[in-house]
Every structure is written in C-alpha cells, then in structure tokens.
Write a protein that binds this ligand. Structure first.
Ligand code: ATR
Length: 278
C-alpha cells in the first residue's frame, strides 16, 4: 500500500485527506492519505524520516511551507520562485519538493474565467504573504502584463516586488482604489473574509465591467468580497478550486494516476465545508 500524508501545525483543519481519499476510492487504488501534526521545530527531521515512516510523500501546509523548502534536497523552479513548498516526494534517498499552489490557482482561474486576461492584462493582487507569492508567480508565468500589488504594510509588498522584479508595481494602501482602475483581475490573497468576516476595504465601483474578482478564501465559498462583486455584476472565481487543483500533481506523483477534478468532488468538499457557491 502506498501512503502519503499532510503535515501542519495544527493540521486538523486540512481538507486534503478528503480530496485524496476520494480519488483513492474513485481509482480503486490501494493507498492511504492521513494527517500528521508536526511541530515547527521538527519539520526537517520528520521529512528525513518520511520513507522510514512508510510514506511516499506528503503535502505541507502552514506554518511549514518555508521550512520544508529548506529541508528539501531537490526543489524545482516553482518552489524556488515562490520561496515555499507544499508537495514533497521521495526519490531514492532524496527529498524532492515543488509548490503547486500557483498551478492550482491558475488552472481554476483559466477554467472558470478563460478570458480573464483579455481586457488589459493588468491585474491587482491584494496581500503580500505566502499565498500572494504563489499567485503572483502564477500570474506572471501566465503573461499578466503588470501586477499591482496592494498591501496594508508597504514594506511587505516591496519585499515581494524585489523578489519578482519589474512587472510588479507596489501600490500604497492609500492609493489602492486608483490602482484598481483598468485592471482585468482582482485577487484577494489575504485572510479577510474567512468565516464571512470582513472584506478588503476596496471600492468595487471603480472596476471595469469585464473585471474578474477572485478570492483564495473558501470558507465560506461566497465571501463578502465575492458577494459584493457579484452584486456589482462582475464575474467571480471562488477559492475552493485552487485547493482542489493544487492536489492533482501530488496525487499523480504518489499514486501514479493523474486524477480528474469533477463537479462531484467539488460539491463533496463544499458540502463538508457546509458552504454554498456564490
Ligand atoms: P499567508 O502566508 O497565508 O498569505 P500572511 O503571511 O499572514 O498569510 O499574510 C496575510 C496577508 O493578509 C498580509 O498581506 C496581510 O497584510 P499585512 O502585510 O499588512 O499584515 C493581510 N491582512 C491581514 N489582515 C488584514 C487587514 N485587516 N487589512 C488588510 N490586510 C490584511
């Protein structure tokens, strides 16, 4: 039996077991996917012991994504560009790592809003944490003309810009609404809206009618931001698709089948979250 797990601290909230175990059942694979609570000071050691513990690999969730990058022997371009990893597999003696968050975000965005880039190519990203880096990387790779990075703490946005280069325009919090003008996509990468609480303090009326509004928060699926965007007549993309699609490459590495993301899987994860679509 092939076994994989997700490591985090805490890890109880992770929906990855639901996703991977659904696929294991769908494809009748003799495998298992479980949670492992790993303390922050134990990440490196745990990863060196993955194979001994019977695992072919693991997912990595907060707060271990940066530590896992440091612990890995082999990292790919996405992991290096983002500065964090979420997917690990063992190849011989080596711990190999990648980051599939940008793949997950972009795959769902392209599926739900294939014309997101058509209007101007200029996008606005709100937030400058780890999730922001993954999404900025994905948008740049996908050919976004410019990324206007809006963050409450200016220095954090400057750090991201220094990392990704000249197509990033750092916007002060004060100028955020002006920066939304002429964008074709707005992404919330902050935790604002989680559990239905709050939303980024932005003026949606300045957005172009064709602008797509997307959120990485998926509890609830219809975040206050997405509800407001919908009420304004804008196309919206929820955060759950990113979570499900980011799981695809890991499953394929560990279990040898590239799994399909179906409406049924999306619905069963949404149901488990007790959440309705926007
Ligand atoms: P993650 O790694 O999951 O992205 P993070 O590194 O804690 O999480 O980043 C959280 C992001 O949400 C940051 O951009 C943060 O802004 P600051 O850099 O100014 O802290 C943003 N954020 C959180 N609460 C916010 C609020 N009330 N208003 C605006 N931005 C907020």
């Amino acid at each position: 039996m092939r076994r994989a797990c997700v490591i985090g601290w805490p890890v109880d909230h992770s929906r990855s077991p639901l996703i991977h175990n659904t696929w294991l059942q769908t494809y009748a694979i003799d495998g298992a996917y479980t949670r492992e609570a790993v303390k922050p000071d134990n990440v490196g050691f745990f990863l060196t012991q993955l194979a001994e513990r019977g695992y072919v690999g693991c997912n990595v969730t907060v707060p271990h994504k940066e530590a896992a990058l440091t612990a890995a022997d082999v990292t790919d371009a996405a992991a290096q560009a983002i500065g964090a990893v979420n997917t690990i597999w063992i190849d011989g003696e080596k711990i190999c790592a990648t980051n599939t968050d940008s793949y997950g975000y972009m795959t769902y965005l392209n599926a739900k809003a294939p014309n997101w880039k058509s209007a101007s190519g200029t996008v606005a990203v709100i937030g400058a944490g780890g999730a922001s880096r993954a999404i900025v990387h994905g948008l740049l790779e996908a050919g976004a003309g410019a990324v206007r990075l809006i963050n409450r703490t200016h220095t954090r946005a400057e750090d991201v810009a220094a990392h990704f280069g000249s197509r990033i325009e750092v916007v002060t919090w004060q100028d955020r609404n002006k920066a939304l003008e002429g964008t074709c996509l707005v992404v919330n990468t902050t935790s604002l809206g989680m559990n239905g609480n709050g939303m980024p303090d932005i003026d949606l009326s300045v957005l172009a009618d064709k602008c797509v509004v997307s959120d990485i928060v998926y509890t609830p699926l219809a975040t206050p931001l997405l509800k407001a965007a919908k009420a304004r007549g804008l196309k919206t993309v929820d955060g759950l698709g990113m979570l499900i699609h980011q799981a695809v490459p890991g499953f394929e590495k560990w279990f040898g089948v590239r799994p399909e993301v179906t409406d049924e899987l999306y619905q069963s994860v949404a149901n488990e979250l007790g959440s309705k679509a926007c």
